[in-house]
Design a protein around this ligand. Structure first.
Ligand SMILES: [Zn+2]
Length: 99
């Protein structure tokens, strides 16, 4: 029998046995550019698991910069909100509420 999440484990009797192991989830990815979000841990308390800055653990650092730049432009009325790219508009609105 072939198990999907099978792994050979050496047991105390001295020989290897096939056991099924729980599969861990994938790494956190940025919803905008699909790159791996850095600074995200599985262990520790809530604040140890992800950065406490805005969009920490959700967006990658490059996209946070992009969103915050657009939010600043909208706030300073350099650019109207309707001219912000549709894919990042949702995040810009959240950033504007927190500014
Ligand atoms: Zn990104």
């Amino acid at each position: 029998m072939v198990l999907r999440n099978a792994k050979k484990v050496r047991i105390p009797k001295g020989y290897a046995k096939i056991r099924s192991v729980k599969k861990r989830g994938n790494k956190a990815r940025c919803p905008l550019c699909r790159s791996i979000v850095l600074g995200v841990n599985r262990k520790g308390s809530k604040t140890e698991r992800r950065p406490s800055r805005i969009f920490g653990g959700t967006l990658c650092n490059a996209c946070v910069t992009r969103v915050m730049t657009e939010a600043a432009k909208v706030k300073e009325e350099v650019k109207p909100l309707d001219h912000v790219k549709l894919e990042i508009k949702k995040y810009v609105e959240v950033a504007l509420n927190k500014m």
